[in-house]
Ligand binder design. Sequence first.
Ligand SMILES: [Zn+2]
Length: 466
Amino acid sequence: MSNLIIESIGNGIDRLAQLADNPTIDYQQVAIYGSWLLTTFEVYLYKQQLKQYDIKVIPTELVEHLPRETFDKSQAYGRDKTRYSLIKKVFDQILSVLLIQFGLFTKMWDWSGVCITKLGLSDDRIITRSLIWTIIYVAISTPIGIPWDYFYTFVLEEKHGFNKSTVKLWWIDKAKTMALMAVLGLPIWGAFLWIINWAGKDFVPWLMLFMIVIQLSMQIIYPIFIQPLFNKLTPLPDGEVRTRVEVLANKLGFPLKHLYEIDGSKRSSHSNAYFYGLPWNKHIVIFDTLMEQSTPAEVEAVLGHELGHWYLSHPSKLLLIGNLHLLFTLTLFAVFIHNTTLYKSFGFDPSLALDGPRGPPANVIGFTLFQLLLEPLDAPVKFLFNSITRKYEYQADEFGVKLDKRQELKTALTKLHVKNLSSPYNDALYSMYHHSHPTLTERLRALDEYKDDGKPLKIKSEKKEL
Ligand SMILES: [Zn+2]
């Protein structure tokens, strides 16, 4: 039975692949029009949101917590950030269209050929050549992004009092990120491309398996090797907050192994708290900035919300949804992987799409072009993902109410919002597209409505988690 299903999926992919490899379709034009469509939509959303920053009246829900001066500051901060995003979006779009029309991708492929010959390797070493192609791409795109990044941190965030980083620390962070990409990213990318060639026609399940193994390994690698490169985690000292969090974790059956404070204030005064780890071994991390601005009861309420996410298995569900999306994307890629028209319309030799005397197909090109085509479809996916995470946020808030933390959660959220100068007003469509969380006013309103049924929460057995 399952063999039959797999066979019919395979046949369906083959048929779609034949239909898609139609020489009358100009895929380059499709990609360019698609990206303009997406950019136009995003610019429209930014413009709608910009209007919200002209509002001069403090929302009634926030009038008590938001002094006039802070309200004006948050409107100014929001306006600057949105303007920045709008201008950057248009810049990126124009640049990417120019680079496509200038034939940068094909030139990069030629250059990677030159590099591989200079290294004394034969040019059918397709994975090595693909990695060189990727390095050339990063070497071109990174310097273009650096001034934008610099401006964001040292001009925009600085102006509004959030930047705590120094130029030196910022450069060190950049160097560390690049080193991580070289040491970790490049081998993973190489293995990804190798699996496609090795598995041939049936690459999707193998690639899925590989990606899942990578995701699980990252859960272990990230806290031990990556996070310490950027931040210092210190065990939260004994005191009221530690006791409160430990009692709460115990009450819910949360397998708390370590409770840390993170030096988030080293770079920015934005604040937060989160948890991570394997199902039987969890760590909670609280930002020093959150500790500073909240009472112990409020920190506990924020963690009550976070542990609500765990109790309701939100991370596992999101992992599942994310992987379903990945499965869909890879299956769709299977339709386009050997599409000679796609290669040709971007100026590549179509034989690169196929296995031949020249060597295995150059799937790195296929995958990159496929992503350009797919990009406009990101918009509906973003709406869908945000609607799911928003639902989970409401559920975690409701969980906080069941923990009898309604009032503390309200004041904690309001403080976080005020300190982070988050926008008090949001255009509905803009917010649905850009925000994974409901806005503060939406959450405060909902928090007033949840009913605490008075039933004590059961300890969550370890078996229930994926
Ligand atoms: Zn949350």
